[in-house]
Every structure is written in structure tokens, then in C-alpha cells.
Design a protein around this ligand. Structure first.
Ligand SMILES: Nc1nc2c(ncn2[C@@H]2O[C@H](COP(=O)(O)OP(=O)(O)OP(=O)(O)O)[C@@H](O)[C@H]2O)c(=O)[nH]1
Ligand SMILES: [Mg+2]
Ligand SMILES: [Zn+2]
Length: 297
């Protein structure tokens, strides 16, 4: 039988088929193969005597992400909030670039708009060519248009702990009450309330995955192909990367760089370019043999 993994918890996978959920274990030899089932995976499974199941194999994936660790995603909603924690351009830009690399559409969400004005942030990401949503899980402002964006696709929510991912989902899902947690004013961030990855089906045909919030520091990428083609994953750079004087231009400081010129002319947002430079320098010493995906090649 084929089903989709909606939830992964401890070493159990909750596989849905025809509206029924089966608690499954993975077949013994999965660990050896080096890949483990993820939420979003379509799997082949069989039911054992007690109504539980065993996952036998994973069908080929369209894509997968390491953080959040999900498979077969169409859209990645990158959620920030007005304060505690406030938006962080570097984190947003890094995640958008990783999503672009994986051919997943990044969508920028600003939550807690009841607390203040997001127009500064919204302008940056609109100008850079992204879909953005400004919402409040508290007042429900903007929630309906966010809901239409989730229609008929598989989406995941990601973002720092405390930005309100689970709260937004609670606005959208009827009859579900996902645990949410107070943010710590002292630490200026959330308390890692969501601890597991779980997908929810929406009435409009969408599937949306809630994920545990990360703390900014753990979000690193050690993927060589990503590193080598970094500028291609900044969609707002694409009209300029072939106008540079040198074909080896890194678009960080060279003279005759079309990207730097576009920043100067106000065609590329300064914060976007700053993030690019920071990401470039974070990864510049990564050698192919040190990369996470080296062994698979
Ligand atoms: N004022 C305001 N507070 C909100 C809003 N959305 C969420 N919150 C509050 O923010 C806190 C964190 O919300 P959560 O939904 O738990 O955040 P999360 O992103 O799921 O956090 P993790 O599960 O830790 O990753 C809670 O106290 C919510 O009540 C909003 O739109 N406005
Ligand atoms: Mg949560
Ligand atoms: Zn350049």
C-alpha cells in the first residue's frame, strides 16, 4: 500500500492512506541505507496484525530539506515576527536561497502585524520579487489570503522559535489545537514549543507542515553545489550576474561588477546583497570533499 507520512515522532511514522492513519515503524534495514523516512514522503507500507504498520520503502522524492527535515515540498513559508524575535534579514535570505536551490518556492510571512508596521520589510521582499504576506494570528488579519496560497499544494512553515508558526496554523485549522508557547522577553525569543514535525490537511486541498523553530545559529549549509552557484539563488540578482566585467566575478567587491552596480543604483536591496556577501564568506572555504553531499556523488 502507498501512503504519505504526516508525522514523525520518536522512531514512529504516522502514515495516512484514504483518511486513515497507521502508526508505522521503518523496516529494519533503513538505517543501513543512510536515508530515513521524512514527513512528506510517499511510502510503500504494509499493515501488521495489530493494525500497526511497517514502512518498506520510500518513493523517489521531488526534493527534501535538511532544515526543516521534510520531503516533497512545493512552498516554504519563511515566518518572521514583529518582535521577540524581530526579523533577521540574513536568516530570511539564507533560507530563501536554499529553497531556490531546491526548486521550492520561498514565501515570506510577517506575523504579529498587530504589534507594529512591517512596511520596511515588506518592501524589501516585494522589490526582490517574492510573494509576501503580512498577518496576525492574534487578530486574523491577512490569514485568509495566506490560506489561499496554501491551496492544493504541500507547504512547510519554518522560522525562529516564537514567531507564531503554530499560532497561524491554529487560525487556519478547524478542530485542531496545536500547542503554542509564550516567548521569553528576557531571552527575546521563543521556547521551542513545537518539538516534532507534523503535516496537517486543509479543507482547500493543501497540506501544511508545522516544524520546530530553530535558533538562528544552527542554520548552516555545507552543500558544495549550493556554494558554487550561490548568486543564482538570489532571484533579484539574475538580470545582473552576466553583466560583470569578469566572468569569475564573485559579486562581493570586484570592480566592474554588475551586481554591485545594481545595488548602487537601488535596483537590488542593500540588505539582500549584504546577506549574499555574508553567506558567500561563510561558505567560501568549503571544499568539495568537506561538503555534506560529497559522499553521495
Ligand atoms: N501579538 C501577537 N502574538 C502572537 C501572534 N502569533 C503568535 N503570537 C504569540 O507568540 C508566541 C509564540 O507562538 P507560537 O505559535 O508558539 O510560535 P512558534 O513559531 O510555533 O514557536 P516554536 O514552536 O517554538 O517554533 C505565543 O505566545 C503566541 O500567542 C500574533 O499575531 N500577535
Ligand atoms: Mg510551534
Ligand atoms: Zn559581479
Amino acid at each position: 500500500m502507498k501512503g504519505i507520512i504526516l508525522k514523525a515522532l520518536s522512531s514512529f511514522y504516522y502514515v495516512e492512506k484514504d483518511g486513515e492513519i497507521y502508526e508505522c515503524k521503518a523496516r529494519g534495514n533503513f538505517r543501513k541505507s543512510g536515508i530515513s523516512p521524512l514527513v512528506g514522503d510517499i511510502v510503500e507500507f504494509r499493515i501488521t496484525e495489530n493494525g500497526k504498520g511497517v514502512v518498506n520503502s520510500i518513493l523517489p522524492r521531488k526534493n527534501f530539506l535538511v532544515r526543516p527535515n521534510v520531503a516533497n515540498i512545493d512552498k516554504l513559508f519563511i515566518v518572521s515576527s514583529f518582535s521577540t524575535p524581530a526579523p533577521n534579514a540574513f536568516i530570511i535570505d539564507k533560507i530563501t536561497a536554499i529553497a531556490e536551490y531546491k526548486a521550492i518556492e520561498p514565501i515570506i510571512v510577517f506575523n504579529k502585524c498587530d504589534m507594529g508596521d512591517f512596511s520596511y520589510w515588506q518592501n524589501i521582499y516585494k522589490n526582490a520579487g517574492f510573494k509576501t504576506f503580512t498577518v496576525s494570528a492574534e487578530t486574523k488579519e491577512g490569514i485568509n489570503s495566506l490560506l489561499s496560497e496554501l491551496k492544493n499544494s504541500v507547504s512547510a512553515f519554518t522560522g525562529n522559535s516564537g514567531v507564531g508558526k503554530s499560532s497561524i496554523l491554529n487560525c487556519i485549522l478547524e478542530n485542531r489545537n496545536i500547542a503554542t508557547g509564550e516567548v521569553s522577553e528576557k531571552l527575546g525569543r521563543g521556547r521551542h514549543t513545537t518539538r516534532h514535525i507534523e503535516a496537517y490537511r486543509l479543507k482547500n486541498g493543501g497540506i501544511v507542515v508545522d516544524t520546530p523553530g530553530f535558533s538562528s545559529l544552527e542554520y548552516t549549509s555545507r552543500d558544495y553545489e549550493f556554494k558554487e552557484n550561490l548568486a543564482h539563488f538570489f532571484r533579484d540578482f539574475k538580470d545582473y550576474i552576466y553583466t560583470c566585467k569578469f566572468s569569475t566575478c564573485s559579486h562581493t567587491k570586484e570592480s566592474g561588477c554588475g551586481v554591485l552596480q545594481a545595488v548602487e543604483d537601488g535596483k537590488i536591496e542593500v540588505t539582500r546583497h549584504n546577506s549574499y556577501v555574508e553567506l558567500f564568506s561563510e561558505m567560501k572555504d568549503l571544499k568539495p570533499w568537506e561538503a555534506d553531499n560529497y559522499k553521495k556523488k
